[in-house]
Design a protein around this ligand. Structure first.
Ligand code: AMP
Ligand code: ZN
Length: 468
């Protein structure tokens, strides 16, 4: 990599933009928190998927496809999954019902994010397949006196971590919170088995019928993991004790990522878990975070019925990943028009390598809004570079005619039928039946199809059409 190809990333922990240097000069390792599979994902959930897909593609461009390992987990053990399983499959044993919910939702998630142009990660580990690693980390934490057993739970003690005289990070450093203030502000109705209000669960007993595994740390009752330990275990298994990039939405900084750092660093006596912590901002509706609980959400699946996935993708990338996005119809319509135009001029031309004017802003902490402005410039100066640059960003997965055909399908227009009517109209005109030829044209206009009469390269009359 030349000096001009230097990648700079904003790190939530150090709160500045730094040159990206991978731990292993030739191989990059990235972990991003994935979905909890209990329901359709909403378009806010798609933001980290798309943002880190762009980073994955950029890293592959810089380091080579075989040199980037991207791990995004699937959380398949969770209270919300249990509740959904009991509700949707009341006749089935809970474990079977849970399997049905996680299978269906996992498949739907893949269908959704594939349509958004997101590459599949290198590994998609499932929490339930990493219980052994979770137990191992928990055992280490108990041995190191960072965690303790109480009433069949295992709890992590942030105070024990901060009291340890070692090179461990301070609990609270990532989220920029002081543990003392957290203690002072803690709720009063703390679970009785906790020594301190700020202690968090690593492992808990399962209720009868719930998924359960043999417990660590000498606990006889079977149990199940807490949420935070899952990511520490899966990241460790697939990327090691210390890796390059950890990502997710900004809402995960506290407590989820703070707790991941605490678990991993204390278990492996490390100063750091990841060298760069990256967090996307919220996708909002009328200035409020889109979320299940607020009920202001629209699923990816619903949006895909109205818009091609690449329109949703472009609409997401128009805003820098750390800024909030207001998700509006107007912006979607603009994104749709832009892509129609880019497909027309660039989908069928030979792509050259991505333009420097597009890559350079991406190297500056994924400045996709500036990269998109550069694409608009290329539209009028170099369509081959436009094509190459769009492909780097995960666009132009279809040919121009496939794109057009899909838009017609979505609008209920049948291209074969239109071609047949155009031929009928030409025949009517040839026999000078202008009443019939006008009737055919007017019928098509009523369906939103506008005919254009012109001449082909040899001067012969041809009729093309487009949607009004
Ligand atoms: P969840 O299923 O709520 O754990 O969220 C899965 C991922 O989507 C996490 O990385 C969240 O931070 C992210 N996320 C959830 N809601 C939004 C939102 N409105 N905007 C951006 N990211 C979000
Ligand atoms: Zn996580």
């Amino acid at each position: 990599m030349g000096i001009h190809m230097e990648l700079r990333l904003y790190d939530t922990l150090s709160r500045d933009k730094r040159t990206f240097v991978p731990l292993d000069a030739n191989n990059v390792r990235m972990y991003v928190c994935g979905p909890t599979v209990y329901d359709f994902a909403h378009i806010g959930n798609a933001r980290p998927v798309i943002v880190f897909d762009v980073l994955f593609r950029l890293l592959r461009h810089l380091y080579g496809e075989a040199h980037v390992k991207y791990v995004r987990n699937i959380t398949d053990v969770d209270d919300k999954i249990n509740d959904r399983a009991a509700r949707d499959f009341p006749g089935l044993p809970l474990n079977e019902a849970i399997r049905k919910v996680t299978e269906q939702t996992g498949k739907q998630f893949h269908a959704d994010v594939d349509a958004l142009g997101a590459l599949r990660p290198s590994v998609e580990p499932r929490a339930t397949e990493h219980i052994a690693e979770m137990r191992e980390i928990i055992e280490r934490l108990v041995k190191g006196h960072f965690a303790y057993v109480a009433e069949d739970h295992v709890l992590f003690s942030p105070q024990a971590m901060n009291a340890a005289n070692s090179s461990l990070p301070q609990y609270g450093a990532l989220s920029n919170r002081s543990l003392d203030e957290m203690i002072a502000g803690a709720r009063v109705d703390v679970a009785p088995y906790k020594r301190d209000a700020t202690d968090f669960v690593l492992w808990k007993p399962s209720k009868p019928g719930e998924p359960s595994w043999p417990s660590p740390a000498g606990i006889a009752a079977p149990g199940r993991p807490g949420w935070h330990i899952e990511c520490s275990a899966m990241a460790w298994k697939h990327l090691g004790e210390h890796f390059d990039i950890h990502g997710g939405g900004i809402d995960l900084v506290f407590p989820h990522h703070e707790n991941e750092v605490a678990q991993t660093c204390c278990a492996f006596h490390q100063e750091r878990m990841a060298n760069y912590w990256m967090h996307n901002g919220f996708l909002q509706v009328e200035s409020e975070k889109m979320s299940k609980s607020l009920g202001n959400f629209v699923t990816i699946h619903e949006l895909l019925a109205d818009w091609p996935g690449e329109v949703l993708r472009l609409n997401m990338l128009k805003t820098h990943y750390r800024s909030p996005i207001d998700w509006t119809m107007k912006s979607l319509e603009e994104s749709s028009k832009t892509l129609d135009d880019w497909y027309r001029v660039a989908a069928d031309v030979a792509p050259t390598k991505p333009a420097a004017s597009v890559v350079e802003p991406l190297l500056d902490d994924l400045n996709t809004s500036l990269a998109i402005a550069a694409l608009h410039g290329l539209r009028n100066s170099d369509v081959n570079a436009l094509a190459g640059s769009l492909r780097l960003l995960g666009f132009l997965s279809e040919s121009a005619s496939q794109w057009e055909a899909r838009k017609q399908q979505a609008s209920g227009v049948d291209a074969g039928e239109i071609d047949r009517l155009i031929a009928e109209r030409a025949a009517a005109r040839a026999r000078k039946d202008f009443k019939e030829s006008d009737r055919i044209r007017d019928d098509l206009v009523a369906k939103g199809v506008v005919l254009k009469d012109g001449k082909d390269a040899d001067g012969k009359p041809v009729t093309t059409w487009e949607l009004a």
